[in-house]
Design a protein around this ligand. Sequence first.
Ligand SMILES: Nc1ncnc2c1ncn2[C@@H]1O[C@H](COP(=O)(O)OP(=O)(O)OP(=O)(O)O)[C@@H](O)[C@H]1O
Ligand SMILES: [Mg+2]
Length: 408
Amino acid sequence: MRAPWRALPTLFLAGGAGVCLAILVDAPVLAAIAAGLVALAVPRPARAEADGAEIMSPLGADAQAVLDASPDACVILADDGTVLWANLAAREQLGISTFGSPFSFALRVPDLIRAVEKVGRTGLSERARWSEKVPTSRWYEAFVSTFKLAGGAPEGRKAIAVFIRDLTEQQRLDRMREDFVANASHELRTPLAALTGFIETLQGPARDDAKAREQFLGIMREQADRMKRLTDALLSLSRIEMRAHVRPTDIVDCAEMVRYAVEMTRSMASEYNVQLELALTEEPIKVRADSDELVQVVDNLIENAIKYGGDGGRVLISAAVETTPSGATAVISVQDFGRGIAPEHVPRLTERFYRVDVEESRARQGTGLGLAIVKHIVARHRGRLTVRSELGAGSTFAVRLPMANLES
Ligand SMILES: Nc1ncnc2c1ncn2[C@@H]1O[C@H](COP(=O)(O)OP(=O)(O)OP(=O)(O)O)[C@@H](O)[C@H]1O
Ligand SMILES: [Mg+2]
């Protein structure tokens, strides 16, 4: 049995090994940490608290502090795989709180344990990737490497550093991108297939049938319009995404935009037999905004209220100023008194192509991109979109925007 490392006198990370590690990991954060370790390694033992138990670390206090500042988990092991130290992220995110026992007790991840054993045996760096399903789906990547502990005794002894990065957010974004491309292609392919089918019929069996030609041309027109709506919405979304980081600078009156959007949707409201009611303050409500985008937001919210909440017979649209402890905020809200939205759908409404009822949305010429566009526009304006809904009672979509500071 080796003497427990926690009893060793001061050891500190070799800066060179740290830098080498950071270059291999290819992450600026680790490079900064490694550089920090070179500068900060101190020949004094340091103590760390984990679950109330005091542990002795092979790293100096400053080296620990630098690693504790990293968002990635870092675990330092002895060359026999015993856990010596874990940074704050490893303790908080991975729950590593037992020291002096084998790493396999702390994290039961076979691929990672194999990588650690291999690194201990060969001295060469290894990567491992794994995912967890319970309690929620999470993805991780680890980089495992050895380095020599310098200073203290036994000088030059090998240790193993395990850096673990949480890839869940990255995976989620990749999945969203894949889903988006698949959904967009599917949505475009359906009307395209209908168009091709009718063209073939018109060129073949229905060539001389004037009545069928009229009917088919009408359907083809509808399908072509559907494709146009979809490509317009996709272009609009990509334009807004491109400008996501550029905050609008024009001063716009919310009340005026709301009035304009209401006028634009009046004919649709009468088509659905819905009464549009306006509640506006006398004073203008000035915000920094792109007027076209703001109208697009209000327009989509009113259209949705008419299309999906129109059974309530009326839609109430208001613009007002709300005073909160953090300052004045403009609030535009669109309330319907229709069937409402079940709670499980509400958090997903702003996802691209998400619709509570796909067939109903299609029948009402919806693309399922309206609220995704609204969300992006509101985010670009540094605003907030909230949805309150009760089944059978209706829904309220509210957009909050910071008021323009006219002095600046
Ligand atoms: N006021 C509402 N009441 C009930 N359901 C709603 C309401 N607003 C939106 N929804 C639901 O949210 C879905 C997504 O809305 P969104 O505006 O993103 O797409 P869409 O209206 O179907 O298409 P588009 O906006 O391109 O016309 C709708 O299909 C509908 O199921
Ligand atoms: Mg819509």
